[in-house]
Design a protein around this ligand. Structure first.
Ligand code: AMP
Ligand code: MG
Length: 414
């Protein structure tokens, strides 16, 4: 526990200051590559895209029904028109619409030039070739106008943007099959620690399986990143230093877990200091206090704590925004909102805490959050069962059931 006024607490950097320092220190990648639309999901758009065509390209029907000219309407009375042909989606009606005529039309089909209205098929009565229009028929309805979605020459998507499936759909609707995106950010990650055992091997006394490496692989899965898992490095200063230096020559970012604290075998910060530069080390968050950020040559370095929950928290709160910025994506903030806490939460002032919670919503739409259980930074099981962070500010000294708290969901589904 840290007293808010203790020398240690005062030496810790607040999370906002840490994020500001990162923001000021990192330079986004600036080289670009062409990507086919098929490979562009999640990539960062580097050049704005303009539409070469109007979308829609033609006036077309928004409904299945009948296209007609409003000049044939009977001034508020029911009226009849004769069907003279059909306009199918992809196969327009090729004739001329004469006075007194209408055209059978389907959704997406081109509206004949002389028509300015479409009526839903459910609103008419069909008698052979004669269509009976009701008195309340409205003019100028159910037609999608040329360019009403996007005008020819208008900006479809401005840069920078991390392309979503919807963006790809929009680009495809303009016939664009290639975009200019930022090159991938090259990321290498290691685990450090003598106790770590690779999956598939039996556990010897005192050893543990390496969960961080697999987890980081998952956290880093992003089309904007090319990620290389460089394995486990034992707690050996020389080996660590050699690995860091070599990786710094080949990657934009190195992420390590473990060895960043103050134990006898915690060499990460010391090595960063000797072969690069430390921007900050230790931040006022829980879990995740020992976090070293700096640079080795041109390579950014994140030395995360060893405890798995601390790895995830520091990744989400510190590393992820930094990587987004480095990859050239626009900065964004996590979605946070207020929920009523149904558990008692223990907390000492001094550090911002990211406790793990289970979020629910009642029938009226109000949000509630319960503690996910054990909050130790090694308790991955309760984090696996949780769906959100309960974000408790530095000065908070505990929460009573019924108090309002800030929550940050891990995803948009509860
Ligand atoms: P350290 O920061 O190296 O002192 O590690 C803190 C705690 O995290 C220790 O209990 C380590 O055994 C554990 N730890 C470190 N690295 C890993 C890893 N890759 N997977 C699981 N636990 C780890
Ligand atoms: Mg260690």
């Amino acid at each position: 526990m840290i007293d808010a006024c203790s020398p240690e607490s005062r030496s810790l950097l607040s999370i906002d200051d840490a994020l500001d320092r990162i923001k000021a220190a990192v330079n986004p990648v600036n080289s670009t590559v062409k990507a086919s639309l098929k490979n562009a999901l999640g990539r960062v758009l580097a050049e704005a895209v303009y539409s070469p065509i109007n979308i829609p390209h033609d006036r077309n029907a928004a409904m299945d029904g009948y296209a007609f000219a409003s000049r044939d309407m009977a001034g508020g009375q029911a009226f009849m028109l004769v069907v003279t042909g059909t306009s199918w989606a992809g196969r327009p009606f090729e004739g001329q619409l004469q006075p007194g005529q209408c055209v059978r039309i389907f959704t997406g089909a081109v509206v004949p030039e002389q028509a300015d209205s479409v009526i839903m098929q459910e609103h008419v009565q069909v008698q052979g070739q004669t269509i009976h229009f009701p008195a309340d028929t409205r003019a100028q309805q159910n037609i999608r106008q040329i360019g009403e979605d996007v005008k020819q020459g208008a900006c479809l998507i401005a840069e920078p943007k991390k392309l979503t499936a919807v963006d790809l759909g929009l680009l495809a609707s303009a016939g664009i099959d290639e975009v200019i995106v930022k090159r991938q950010l090259k990321i290498a990650h290691f685990s450090t620690g003598d106790e770590l055992t690779a999956l598939g091997l039996p556990l010897q006394p005192g050893k543990i399986y390496d969960s961080n490496r697999t987890m980081l692989g998952g956290l880093l899965a992003d089309p904007g990143y090319s990620v290389v898992d460089l394995g486990v490095i034992p707690d050996n200063k020389q080996l660590l230093e050699n690995s860091f230096i070599e990786a710094s020559l080949n990657y934009d970012v190195i992420i390590t877990t473990g060895g960043a604290s103050v134990g006898e075998a915690d060499y990460v910060k010391e090595i960063l200091q000797s072969c690069g530069e430390v921007n900050f080390w230790k931040i006022a968050i829980k879990p995740g206090k020992p976090l070293a950020f700096g640079k080795i040559g041109q390579c950014y370095f994140f030395g995360l704590p060893g405890n798995p929950v601390a790895v995830v928290v520091t990744f989400h709160q510190i590393v992820a925004p930094a990587l987004r910025q480095l990859s050239g994506a626009p900065l964004s903030k996590p979605l946070r909102f207020t929920a009523t806490c149904t558990s008692v939460l223990k907390k000492a002032p001094g550090r911002q805490e990211y406790q793990r919670g289970i979020l629910s919503q009642d029938q009226r739409g109000e949000f509630f959050v319960a503690s996910a259980g054990q909050q130790g930074s090694h308790i991955l099981s309760s984090m696996s069962q949780s769906g959100c962070y309960i974000v408790l500010p530095e000065e908070c000294n505990g929460v009573q059931a019924g108090d309002k708290v800030t929550v940050e969901p891990f995803s948009l589904f509860v």
